[in-house]
Design a protein around this ligand. Structure first.
Ligand SMILES: *[C@@H]1O[C@H](CO)[C@@H](O)[C@H](O)[C@H]1NC(C)=O
Ligand SMILES: *[C@@H]1O[C@H](CO)[C@@H](O)[C@H](O)[C@H]1NC(C)=O
Ligand SMILES: *[C@@H]1O[C@H](CO)[C@@H](O)[C@H](O)[C@H]1NC(C)=O
Ligand SMILES: *[C@@H]1O[C@H](CO)[C@@H](O)[C@H](O)[C@H]1NC(C)=O
Ligand SMILES: *[C@@H]1O[C@H](CO)[C@@H](O)[C@H](O)[C@H]1NC(C)=O
Ligand SMILES: *[C@@H]1O[C@H](CO)[C@@H](O)[C@H](O)[C@H]1NC(C)=O
Length: 397
């Protein structure tokens, strides 16, 4: 009979050595020429055998994947138990097979009854797991930009035959595998806000999305058939003025909020060794014509990216975060055009005069002026009367 003691699973690359701790008992008479045979994976390397007490166990590697240990040669005494541990180097396991198997069998030259042979062999197995701790970081350049009608068009990108001014944006995400195992494959999902309102036109035009050259991987391509959409409704002066006055708020477009329309790009990433990283680069154009129509003065676009590991790998529980957000801001330059200033002054004047007239009419209707007028007349009258009497008194004296 034998005994095993192994961990529930083995993290590839996380454990350097494994120890097979065994006990072998002889319940019968002295056993002549007793041997234990180990068959194991060719990716394992036998390091050494350790025995609890010096009881004369010796091992010899017959083949790279076959070990023979002789127990108490020439005789394994009756009613004895031996404890031994066989240590293997696991650092070169590829993980090609998801289970590491050992076959251990004990045999002696003495005849043993068939019914008692079953406990002479032992199949040991331990699941092999790609245990990884992946994380993702992200940057966007530029982090903010200014748009507006009076901006120099040279700051923006123009596409052939299109009247739109596009703001170029570069998004870069870095996927890092902190190990301990090699990551066989992963997927990165990137979501970038694409619309100001649910039913509006798409703002983004993806020029390129790729996984850094030295790593095999690719991204889903996205084609915006109409990258340059200019809102069609004719811009009235009142709309422009209204937009100027209301361009004060901050609008946040966050792909994690429900109901947001976001552009989704999925990138497949090939194998990443421990401590290795891969980058996902995106070059995007943003149609500023659509931003100009929005009433917000600051539009904050919150993009989200997450990494998912291949199902053969498991994430270290409570490890580093697998999600990241990157934020870029579109700032309106807040400069109204010349004629808008003129109109604003004219309208302000008109509104001022209107308010004055309204107040005057209101006061007059309430009888404010009449009463005052009467009082003044009466006051004047009585003053004149007293003046006269005074005069008269003075003169008569
Ligand atoms: C693995 O075995 C080697 C050789 O015996 C030894 O040097 C090393 O310290 C062992 N490592 C562990 C983690 O047990
Ligand atoms: C297995 O044997 C090793 C000696 O190589 C010993 O250090 C370890 O404690 C043993 N483990 C168990 C569970 O007995
Ligand atoms: C164990 O290895 C030996 C030597 O390579 C081989 O003869 C034997 O068939 C193997 N046994 C099993 C069960 O794989
Ligand atoms: C994987 O398992 C198969 C069948 O069990 C075996 O033939 C093969 O040698 C194993 N490969 C490795 C790398 O251990
Ligand atoms: C974006 O990346 C491209 C190529 O990598 C580079 O030519 C361009 O200058 C970058 N643009 C910005 C805004 O960083
Ligand atoms: C992307 O890569 C996967 C795996 O390498 C491959 O099966 C697929 O054909 C590739 N797709 C494109 C569009 O290159």
């Amino acid at each position: 009979g034998d005994q095993e003691s192994l961990r529930p699973y083995l993290a590839l690359g996380g454990v350097r050595n494994i120890s097979l701790n065994l006990s072998i008992s002889n319940a019968g008479d002295d056993a002549y020429d007793t041997n234990i045979f180990f068959n194991f994976s060719r990716e394992l390397y036998f390091i050494k055998m350790w025995q609890k007490e010096e009881k004369g166990i010796s091992c010899e590697l017959a083949e790279p994947d076959f070990l023979r240990c002789s127990v108490g040669f020439p005789f394994m005494r009756a009613q004895t138990t031996y404890h031994l541990a066989v240590i293997f180097d696991t650092s070169r396991l590829s993980g090609e097979n998801d289970t590491l198997r050992f076959r251990v069998s004990a045999q002696s030259a003495n005849p043993e009854h068939d019914s008692k042979l079953a406990d002479n062999t032992l199949e040991l197995s331990i699941p092999l797991v790609h245990e990884v701790d992946t994380t993702i970081t992200g940057t966007v350049t530029p982090a903010s930009f200014i748009y507006g009608n009076s901006m120099d068009p040279a700051r923006f990108v123009q596409l052939d035959d299109m009247e739109c001014s596009f703001q170029p944006l570069n998004l870069t995400f870095q996927v890092i595998n902190n190990g301990p195992s090699r990551l066989p494959a992963a997927t990165v999902d990137v979501r970038i806000p694409n619309r100001l309102v649910g039913s509006g036109a798409d703002m983004l035009h993806v020029l390129e999305s790729q996984v850094g050259e030295q790593y095999r991987g690719n991204c889903t391509s996205h084609n915006n058939p109409m990258p340059c959409t200019v809102p069609q409704d004719r811009e009235s002066i009142f709309h422009t003025i209204f937009a100027f006055f209301t361009k004060s708020g901050r609008r946040v477009l966050d792909c994690d909020r429900p109901g947001r329309s976001c552009l989704m790009i999925t990138c497949a990433i090939g194998s990443l060794s421990k401590e290795e990283s891969a980058s996902v680069d995106m070059r995007i154009l943003l149609n500023t014509e659509l931003l100009k129509r929005d009433s917000s003065s600051v539009i904050q676009l919150v993009s989200r990216a997450g990494v998912r590991v291949d199902p053969v790998a498991v994430e270290v529980p409570s490890g580093l975060p697998e999600d990241v957000s990157v934020v870029f801001e579109a700032l309106h330059n807040q400069e109204p055009r010349g004629y808008v200033v003129g109109w604003i002054i004219a309208i302000s004047l008109l509104v001022g005069i209107l308010i004055f007239l309204l107040l005057a009419v209101l006061l007059w209707k309430m009888g404010f002026f009449r009463r005052r007028y009467k009082e003044i007349i009466e006051a004047e009258k009585s003053r004149k009367d007293s003046d006269e009497s005074w005069d008269w008194v003075q003169r008569s004296q």
